[in-house]
Design a protein around this ligand. Structure first.
Ligand SMILES: Cc1ncc(COP(=O)(O)O)c(C=O)c1O
Length: 391
């Protein structure tokens, strides 16, 4: 990868050390341009007219996303965020009281809250599989729980928000396929930092956001829906006129493609910004991106673990671009301030994001550094120097 060329293409790189790509990344020029140009045109010529003019480009969003995931354009829905996409998928599962939803300890906070809500409102039963000794869901435990409880849905977060863990979504997918169990994958933190192949994962739904590793705009995400789930007639709670056609006073016909999971009204500037971001990632190649990201993350972990009083918290057979660490005797505010003062962008994770994981690790908070391919080892070195000064 030509890191300098990629940095030149990213105006924010010259302004900050941006190590918060798991929060929201810096957008490259093609994304910035796509959003700004569309908004300008829309302000001058009218929303409906400009959308009609750009219909072919807008359709390109579905093609680009399909090629990112090894899917087809008809399997893709645009969404307002990863959570929006995820909740639309979750709302389409026809849960009955007593049905089992099987998930993991490392699933995302908002997903866990939604599962607890389903348990409270619809009396479903929530189960979480055991972990491997190294961390991450144990496929053997998933297997046993599936045999014992016949879940209606298995839901796994590929990469949690609060650590560098990568969960084995393919192993779980194989178990779901063997038993015809619906499978929902949260790929919010993996999309854009590593290759994703929905055929290999074997999922029925996969959700992601645009602003993180894909470097797209905020307020945008997508949902993949398998042919099996489309064929089964799954639809989100409250489809609108994008999801169905009102053909008779008491009847609507469901949209055939995954667009049935969209709402009619959307921000087309963000659709085109998303298209530009996904094409940018596809052109760079997800294997190359993963190599660069994990290289920088491994370097960050090794430098951090050499600091006295710092504990790197990431576990798992496979680790990714999220690096988390705890600083003994320091407050998260002090660590964040030191970085802010040095113009270094980072995240702080709290126990409310990771009730199970942080309790097991015995920490109440963690610093999260998430380098992308445009970051450099020199930026990591500067960050380590700043952190070592507060220790
Ligand atoms: C693993 C994971 N899933 C889902 C989300 C939610 O994404 P969004 O804020 O786009 O809804 C996040 C956000 O941090 C995340 O880390």
């Amino acid at each position: 990868m030509d890191t300098q060329a990629l940095r030149n293409d990213t105006p924010g790189c010259s302004l900050h050390i941006h190590l918060n790509n798991a929060g929201a990344s810096l957008q490259p020029m093609p994304v910035i341009q796509a959003v700004q140009d569309y908004l300008t045109e829309e302000s001058l010529h009218g929303g409906y007219e400009v959308a009609a003019k750009h219909a072919a480009q807008i359709a390109g969003f579905y093609d680009a996303t399909a090629s990112l995931l090894n899917a087809h354009a008809h399997n893709i829905a645009f969404a307002g965020s990863a959570t929006d996409a995820y909740f639309r998928a979750l709302s389409s599962i026809p849960f009955e009281p007593g049905d089992v939803l099987l998930t993991t300890d490392d699933d995302y906070v908002s997903n866990q809250i939604a599962f607890l809500f389903l348990q409270k409102r619809f009396k479903i039963k929530l189960l979480r599989a055991e972990k491997l000794p190294e961390g991450g869901v144990d496929p053997q435990s998933v297997n046993e729980l599936m045999d014992a409880h016949q879940p209606k849905l298995v839901a796994v977060t590929h990469v949690p928000t609060n650590s560098g863990l990568v969960q084995d979504v393919e192993a779980v997918g194989q178990l779901c396929q063997e038993r015809d169990v619906w499978y929902l994958v949260d790929a919010c933190q993996s999309a854009g930092q590593m290759p994703l192949d929905v055929a290999k994962i074997g999922c029925d739904f996969l959700s992601a956001t645009m602003r993180k590793w894909l470097r797209g705009p905020r307020g945008a995400g997508f949902l993949y829906v398998s042919d099996l789930a489309l064929g089964a007639g799954f639809e989100p709670i409250f489809p609108d006129m994008a999801g169905g056609v009102w053909v008779e006073p008491d009847h609507y016909e469901l949209e055939k493609s995954a667009k049935r999971f969209e709402q009619w009204e959307k921000n087309y500037a963000l659709v085109l910004g998303s298209k530009a971001a996904i094409e940018y990632a596809n052109n760079l190649g997800l294997e190359a991106i993963e190599g660069a990201v994990t290289g920088l993350a491994d370097y960050t972990r090794s430098q951090l673990s050499a600091l006295p009083g710092v504990r790197v918290l990431d576990r798992g057979v496979q680790k990714c671009g999220i690096v988390t660490a705890h600083f003994k005797g320091k407050t998260p505010a002090a660590v964040k301030k030191a970085l802010d003062d040095a113009n270094i962008h980072a995240g702080i994770g709290t126990a409310t994001n990771a009730q199970i994981d942080f309790t097991e690790k015995g920490v109440g908070w963690a610093l999260r550094l998430s380098p992308h391919y445009f970051n450099t080892t020199a930026e990591i070195d500067t960050t380590i120097q700043v952190l070592s000064r507060i220790l």
